[in-house]
Design a protein around this ligand. Structure first.
Ligand SMILES: [Zn+2]
Length: 65
């Protein structure tokens, strides 16, 4: 099963969960709010459209340019 990262929009708690396709999205263990799935950063490739910094050395899109 793939591992997903989820961020709670309410209290900013971040968790990693092992989740099957048919499993429902997890709820925050702290406040019980629905959590939002985070897109893995490794999928950002060949572009810096997601980077808002003018001179960024921290993201793969900018440093590979
Ligand atoms: Zn929360």
């Amino acid at each position: 099963m793939p591992i997903y990262r989820y961020l709670c929009q309410s209290c900013k708690k971040e968790v990693t969960v092992l989740k099957g396709i048919n499993d429902p999205d997890p709820k925050c263990p702290d406040c019980g709010q629905p959590m939002e799935k985070q897109i893995p950063k490794v999928q950002i490739k060949g572009g810096n459209s997601s980077c808002s910094a003018q001179s960024c050395s921290g993201c793969s899109g900018c440093s590979s340019k």
